[in-house]
Design a protein. Structure first.
Lengths: 503, 368
């Protein structure tokens, strides 16, 4: 069958600049560039190009430009994406696979929320001169403290639940070793440790050689595939996360193809080399809330009640009621992943159409937990499309304790959002198990970039806090008075619990 | 401006908040000697520029020795016909030992609403029987404030009272004849400079629940966080002022959770993390736990408060001292004031000092 598919990008090569050095050929894992022996020059096949921009960055002569190619007559209804997808499916007869987070044009609530600042009646605080505190605790808090006083001494009698202390309200989201390369995985671990925050192992276990060094800054995941899970894995951690769902693909599981299951991944995941690692859609021991509770307490038992247990769900329609059940089932932290959340591979239909924006989910979960008087019994982490420090500030003001960043962290490492993670050919060495590609990412350099991102965002958060006249992040948490909506309908303002701008 | 302002300020829990600045003053005789209002009225006059005549008020402790065992309920009626409802309500839930109109001077040009005081003892019935007297009174006061339009309870403690309204403090004092009629061992006062709200008699300070009163100068930037946390414990802010939030936080921590002011001060205005990190292990753990558990009650932004209840008067400013506070002593008298000049205007103190941010000034009744 003759393919009707058109290129998505056009490779533009400046013939005068190109000196046929072949760097682009070496850099491109998608075989776009090749050397034409007859013409004695480097040529390109645009139809293979995914737009990852690797060759552009590494061309020593700056001879390349990769530009998106909009081929069809513009049509706001029959948008080009639909035309291309139909053609693809007409040829393949299959589900369209993709990766990263939803790129559909849906309302981005972050962009409809504005922040406050102090003027006259309340002084703003200068973050360059005054302390600005971002330290955050994640975990269950008691309703009150019983304090005993004796001669010159105070003692807290209340037994405390384990809590995580982080120096900025930003954590790296769960991304498994397998989905991402060892070097990418390690980059995030190093950055988290150095900054005083946490990374999340995802569902692929924790490489043995990293356990000792990173045990205090790792949230280890227990997902439906139970890969790499044993008592040692749980105990070499700061916290455990039960992954129920993921914003990019709520309601479905995962599939790491056998060709990615290398020797080290096989030993980390505890599965035979070369076999597919399949995560079922549900946990087959969790068909109800009481089952979840049993797993939560099983994990608490295995770790001697010394670690908070987090439960991660995708933001779906009934999220507030589900979250409330999770807290009652014993979760110390709940993580909510919005529909913009990323993934290494997902059917496009799930990515684009299932789940709700995390802003709305967060607002309703926080409000529900308060109405039920259990908000202090858990911490809330939200993720799924946090793009900048302003999104973090807005999330915290809506009621989050902290945020997870996945996509943003990978962009810091080099990702360009070309949405080809599922091919395993990531040119930036992030989402691949090909040793020739993954070695492109030096964990030291990667860690520095990820660390810098944390630092930059933390500085920006401090700036905004100072402007609001707040010098500790806890005074922003759930403080929706500092938010105003713009371009939102009354029902949206109501769900977000904020007033309109000017009100 | 006679309408139910408080009800107008809520829309689906999204709140319109008062913004204001102020002068505050408190004086306590730690020996328990009761004295007249002249001193505090003069001190407030001295700080006249800190207010704009849109609110003034006083809390006085030890004024009703003859009704020591009764809760003294001060009620404001914006419409006189509402009094019937309140009478009925109080008679239903309490044994009303005595009641009378709070005497006011007629020739003061302030257009006051009507004020009444009731001396009551709880008459608990049915499921209310499990409540302590204090919790019962709080519950009923909340019911009047949120359920009976045009009636508002100013104060509800034993042997104490709040007198407040729209006007400069000295005008309010004159209206209620504080100098002539009352003697107390703690006096606190407030002069208000609201920026965006119409004068409303209920919006003036002090705020009171049982015998706990708060006068406050500041605009707290953590209001939303504090308010939403307190809602979880059943405190619903009906007035939407920062002060109300502080009053409820005081009630929760000091009365209900029985934490002493030394600890509560460190919840409202905790040390910075870099200070805590340098403390010795035990202290470090204490402060870390305190901040972790009570993070939603950190009061951020500028404030100075004077909290009082029977036997204790406390002055406190925020942790980076964004609002002024001065303390002074003369014999058994302890002063807390927005300005030193006001203390010096009424006595020659033995000592004045400027407390550090987050360090409470505490006056306690001496044991006899």
């Amino acid at each position: 069958m003759k393919s009707h598919l058109l290129p998505e990008f056009i490779v533009e090569r400046d013939e005068e600049r190109c000196d046929n050095c072949k760097v682009c050929i070496k850099q491109c894992p998608f075989d776009v560039h090749y050397y034409d022996e007859e013409r004695e020059k480097v040529m390109s096949k645009s139809e293979l190009c995914v737009g990852c921009q690797r060759c552009v960055v590494y061309c020593p002569r700056n001879a390349l430009r990769i530009v998106p190619y909009k081929a069809y007559r513009p049509n706001d209804y029959w948008h080009e994406d639909y035309i291309r997808d139909i053609k693809k499916q007409a040829e393949s007869g299959g589900i369209i696979l993709t990766s990263c987070g939803s790129s559909r044009r849906a309302k981005v609530y972050w962009d409809h929320i504005l922040l406050n600042a102090s003027q006259v009646t309340n002084p703003s605080i200068d973050p360059l001169r005054e302390p600005m505190e971002l330290r955050t605790f994640l975990g269950r808090k008691p309703d009150y403290l019983e304090i005993e006083f004796s001669e010159d001494d105070v003692e807290i009698k209340t037994e405390l639940y384990p809590n995580l202390m982080i120096e900025t309200p930003i954590l790296f989201a769960g991304m498994s070793y397998g989905a991402i390369s060892y070097n990418a995985f390690k980059s995030l671990a190093i950055a988290a440790k150095k900054f005083g925050t946490l990374f999340n192992t995802g569902e692929g276990g924790m490489p043995k050689d990293m356990r000792e060094e990173f045990k205090d800054c790792a949230i280890v995941q227990c997902a439906s595939g139970r890969f790499g899970v044993d008592p040692e894995y749980f105990n070499y951690s700061a916290a455990i996360e039960i992954k129920i769902g993921q914003g990019a693909k709520p309601g479905i599981g995962g599939h790491l193809p056998g060709e990615k299951v290398t020797a080290t991944i096989s030993s980390t995941r505890m599965i035979p080399e070369g076999t597919d690692a399949i995560s079922p859609a549900p946990h087959h021991d969790i068909y109800s809330i009481e089952d979840l509770s049993m797993l939560i307490y099983a994990l608490k038992e295995v770790t001697n009640y010394e670690k908070p247990i987090c439960v991660k769900i995708a933001a779906v329609h009934n999220v507030a009621a589900i979250a409330s059940g999770m807290v009652r089932a014993g979760a110390d932290i709940i993580a909510i992943d919005g529909f913009r959340g990323g993934t290494g591979a997902t059917p496009k239909i799930m990515r684009e159409h299932v789940g709700i924006p995390v802003e709305l989910a967060l607002a309703s979960v926080d409000q529900r937990l308060r109405e039920e008087g259990i908000r202090n019994k858990c911490s809330i982490i939200v993720g799924g499309g946090i793009r900048c420090a302003a999104d973090v500030v807005k999330a915290i003001a809506l009621g989050a304790d902290a945020v997870y960043i996945g996509t943003a962290a990978l962009i810091a490492l080099g990702c360009t959002m070309c949405q080809r993670c599922h091919t395993g050919k990531c040119a930036w060495g992030i989402c691949t198990q090909d040793p020739n590609l993954s070695k492109r990412l030096n964990p030291k350099v990667g860690a520095e970039r990820a660390y810098n991102l944390l630092r930059a965002w933390s500085l920006e958060i401090k700036d905004v806090l100072g402007g609001m006249g707040i010098n500790a992040i806890e005074s922003l948490r759930g403080n929706r008075d500092h938010l105003r909506g713009i371009g939102l309908e009354e029902w949206e303002l109501k769900v977000l619990g904020i007033k309109g701008a000017g009100e | 401006m006679i309408n139910n302002v408080s009800k107008l300020r809520v829309t689906d829990g999204r709140v319109n908040k008062d913004i204001q600045s102020c002068a505050i003053f408190g004086v306590m005789d730690r020996s328990g000697r009761r004295f007249g209002g002249k001193m505090i009225i003069e001190a407030m006059k001295n700080m006249k520029v800190r207010g704009n005549g849109l609110g003034g008020g006083f809390a006085v402790y030890g004024i009703y020795p003859e009704y020591k065992d009764c809760y003294a309920i001060h009620v404001m009626f914006e419409k006189e016909e509402v009094k019937q409802k309140v009478d009925g309500f109080l008679n239903k839930y309490f044994d009303v030992v005595d009641d009378e109109e709070i005497p006011t001077k007629e020739d003061v040009n302030l257009d006051p609403p009507m004020f009444w005081r009731y001396f009551v003892k709880p008459q608990k019935k049915g499921k209310d029987k499990i409540l302590s007297d204090d919790d019962y009174v709080v519950d009923k006061v909340m019911k009047i404030n949120t359920g009976i339009d045009y009636a508002y309870v100013f104060s509800s403690g034993k042997d104490m009272g709040v007198f407040k309204g729209v006007g400069f403090p000295e005008e309010i004092a004159e209206l209620f004849m504080l100098e002539e009629l009352y003697k107390g061992y703690i006096w606190t006062a407030h002069s208000r400079f609201p920026t965006n709200t119409p004068g409303w008699w209920g919006g003036a300070h002090p705020f009171c629940i049982l015998d706990w009163t708060v006068v406050h100068n500041g605009e707290i930037s953590s209001y939303g966080t504090n308010r939403r946390f307190l809602e979880m414990y059943g405190y619903y802010c009906t007035l939407f002022t920062d002060t109300e939030v502080i009053a409820y936080a005081v009630d929760l921590l000091m009365r209900k959770q029985k934490l002493p002011i030394e600890v509560v001060a460190k919840i409202f205005a905790p040390p910075m993390w870099d200070q805590i990190d340098r403390m010795e292990e035990k202290k470090k753990k204490f402060y870390t736990t305190l901040r972790m558990v009570y993070a939603p009650l950190l009061i951020n932004g500028p404030f100075t408060i004077i909290i009082a209840h029977h036997g204790e008067m406390i002055g406190l400013t925020d942790r980076i001292r964004l609002r002024p506070i001065t303390a002074g002593e003369k014999g058994d008298l302890l002063f807390v004031s927005s300005e030193e000049a006001a203390i010096r205007a009424v006595c020659k103190p033995d000592k004045v000092w400027t407390p550090k941010g987050g360090e409470p000034v505490i006056g306690r009744l001496k044991k006899r």
